[in-house]
Write a protein that binds this ligand. Structure first.
Ligand SMILES: Nc1ncnc2c1ncn2[C@@H]1O[C@H](COP(=O)(O)OP(=O)(O)OP(=O)(O)O)[C@@H](O)[C@H]1O
Ligand SMILES: [Mg+2]
Length: 639
């Protein structure tokens, strides 16, 4: 769900107090009373914690161990200090309530108009004096429900001026939201529910206990959430707080416990945000940046100090089952949720200090129809690639960093006939297919006392398993040689490469260190070129060319090519002279009219699906399957 918010709409500040421009007097009274009641609850919680700390000190005294005693005493002191602070807050809130009541009396308003039983003094309404008014706390609660917890911005302890924002959407409802400010430049603000001081203390206590009593490596613990809920329940029982803790407080505390123990701590909301493509930390003291699907690169309100950043990096490395250290400071890995990671620790290799980049995995795959809708490809280009993939063309997708190469590979791999045997080879898992007969494989780095497994090894093993389609995530080393040999021996291959033109592809492949003989490149059929570029103030991704390889020019050490499709901002031109189509005609013994008919039919089906809003991968899979069985029937149903 996404909430579009009008600029200037009421929001809460970091302390959880609502800022309203037009408060009615009754509302102010309710609010002031709520505040007193909220602080009263916090006070009770904190009193329990102080009692527990005192008991710990006594226990430590009886054991006679100096160090433990010192710790216990210092914890007791800080718990008492927090309690004093809460009591001071309570006094302030009671004074505020008194003032509000006085004002309302001045306005001639009766307290019962505000939904309260009549009462003369604030002492009678305040938390400590519920007995006098005859109001039990449950009555107070039912008459004055606490407002739903509203998230506060991270990193702001102070009250902030009301700020307008373009968009606010939940990422972990109702506890965490993302706000995009209307400032220039925009800021990506992580807003989380705020805790009362008492809740904060309790959370700290619970986390300490959990760290002490558990081996908190949840990778191996199934149903980690349930496990944590049970443990937290036990700790709360131990404190005898189960009656006092409202479900709302419990929810908030659980949120933070899970966020910090199972999640990724303060940037967990960003990890959960499907609108974030990439998250990057460029060093300590520098705000994290998010590459947002709508707002491009945007600064966040989250910053790590050195220790925090290193801890986050070690935690991610551990979660991905890999190892990073000052001795081996770089790591490429994948998180259990399939997000791709690049980590560096220390300042030897990355001079501004430790860094990380997370490329978020898209749960819902981008389909070829989505790519048409985004304007990345035209209908004709996708119809062409459908025919090419279906009929076994060798494709190498080229493009710059984050231009969408892997996305295109995944999308057009949906056109591989459903029953084909596929093997994919990658450094980190990004290829994601629906096909049953698919073996995904990933490389393994050499770690202490282990054997490293490279792309090259995987590819050689793969070829012995007689795959029809071989997919290589990104070609960059000696595996290229084997890949081109595989093409030459009749395997169908699809892969990506970092290069911005067909010329660069040839150069990179034929020169050191890859050194593929130019002759072998003749087996390649199609090179789509992906680019990311600015259009107006937006960044867009476009397939700027689809190039066919028509032969090898040995004299000039280059490929002979045919630019079949070209992007002339913002339309795609189609020359119509396709060598791949000629190959298909030969393979299927088809005439040119028949081939044109087939192309037109596939184009019309894609268009029909697009018009009916059927761009999701389930619909596409279904139609592709039906099409493979009954092309004419499918055409009739869709058009
Ligand atoms: N055509 C597109 N339109 C919109 N978003 C896209 C498009 N293609 C890819 N993306 C998004 O852009 C991000 C980068 O895409 P992808 O990983 O495919 O790029 P890449 O070129 O393979 O990157 P790298 O060079 O890091 O391997 C992803 O979050 C993806 O969801
Ligand atoms: Mg990629």
């Amino acid at each position: 769900m996404e909430v579009k918010v009008k600029a200037g709409m009421e929001i809460r500040n970091a302390k959880g107090k609502a800022k309203t421009k037009t408060k009615t007097t009754g509302q102010s009274l309710k609010k002031a009373l709520n505040e007193v009641r909220r602080i009263g609850k916090a006070e009770k919680l904190q009193e329990k914690i102080v009692a527990k700390k005192k008991a710990n000190t006594e226990k430590a005294k009886s054991k006679g161990e100096e160090k433990i005693l010192q710790n216990a005493q210092s914890e007791q002191e800080s718990a008492i200090a927090v309690l004093d602070q809460i009591r001071a807050d309570k006094k302030r809130a009671e004074a505020e309530l008194r003032k509000t009541i006085a004002e309302q009396k001045g306005e001639g308003m009766k307290l019962d108009e505000a939904g309260l039983a009549s009462s003369d003094s604030v002492a009678e309404v305040g938390v400590g004096a519920e007995a006098k008014t005859g109001l039990s706390s449950s009555v107070l609660e039912s008459e004055m429900p606490m407002e739903a917890p509203m998230p506060a911005e991270q990193g702001t302890g102070e009250e902030e001026e009301e700020e307008s924002y373009l968009r606010m959407y939940p990422v972990n409802e109702p506890y965490a939201y993302i706000k995009i400010t209307a400032t220039s430049p925009h800021i990506y603000k992580v807003c989380e529910v705020s805790l009362t001081r008492g809740e904060e203390e309790l959370l700290k206590e619970i986390k300490t206990r959990l760290y002490e009593t558990l081996d908190v490596r949840f990778a191996g613990v199934k149903k980690a959430e349930e496990f944590i809920e049970k443990k937290v329940g036990e700790i709360i029982e131990e404190f005898s707080l189960e009656r006092q803790l409202s479900p709302e407080s419990m929810g908030k505390i659980m949120y933070y416990v899970k966020r910090d123990l199972i999640g990724y701590g303060k940037f967990d909301p960003i990890i959960r945000d499907p609108m974030a493509e990439d998250i990057s930390a460029d060093g300590p003291g520098i705000p994290l940046f998010v590459y947002h699907r709508t707002y491009d690169s945007i600064e966040t309100n989250i910053t790590f100090d050195k220790e925090g950043l290193d801890a986050a990096i070690y935690k991610m490395a551990q979660r991905s089952g890999r190892h990073i250290s000052l001795a081996k400071p770089l790591l490429d890995a994948a998180l259990p949720n399939k997000d791709r990671l690049q980590l560096s620790i220390g300042s030897e290799v990355t001079t501004r200090g430790s860094t990380f980049t997370i490329r978020k995995f898209k749960e819902v795959p981008i389909t070829p129809l989505d790519l048409i809708n985004y304007g990345t490809f035209s209908l004709e280009m996708i119809a062409y690639l459908w025919m090419a993939v279906d009929n076994g063309a060798n494709i190498l997708i080229a493009g710059g960093t984050a231009s969408g190469k892997t996305t295109v590979l995944n999308a057009i791999a949906m056109f591989i006939p459903p029953e084909s045997k596929i093997i994919s080879i990658e450094d980190t898992r990004e290829i994601n297919l629906m096909h049953q007969n698919w073996i995904p494989s990933v490389t393994r780095e050499v770690e202490e006392e282990g054997y490293g497994i490279e792309m090259y090894d995987l590819l050689r093993t793969a070829l012995r398993q007689r795959p029809e389609y071989v997919l290589v995530g990104e070609v960059r080393g000696k595996e290229a040689h084997t890949l081109f040999q595989a093409m030459a021996t009749g395997h169908i291959t699809m892969s990506t490469m970092h290069a911005d033109s067909a010329e660069t592809v040839v150069k990179r492949l034929t020169k050191h260190p890859i050194d593929v003989p130019l002759m072998l490149l003749d087996s390649l059929d199609i090179i789509p070129i992906q680019s990311m570029m600015k259009m107006g103030d937006r960044r867009v991704r476009r397939c700027t060319k689809i190039i066919e390889v028509t032969g090898v020019d040995f004299e000039n050490e280059s490929l002979r090519t045919n630019e079949l499709f070209g992007w002339r901002p913002d339309v795609f031109e189609f020359t119509g002279e396709s060598k791949v189509f000629v190959k298909i005609m030969e393979k299927l013994n088809m005439g040119s009219d028949e081939l044109s008919g087939e192309f037109a039919r596939r184009r019309a089906i894609l268009e029909g699906m697009q018009e009916r809003g059927m761009s999701d991968f389930q619909s596409l899979n279904k139609i592709l399957f039906e099409y493979s069985m009954d092309p004419e029937g499918t055409e009739k149903r869709i058009i």
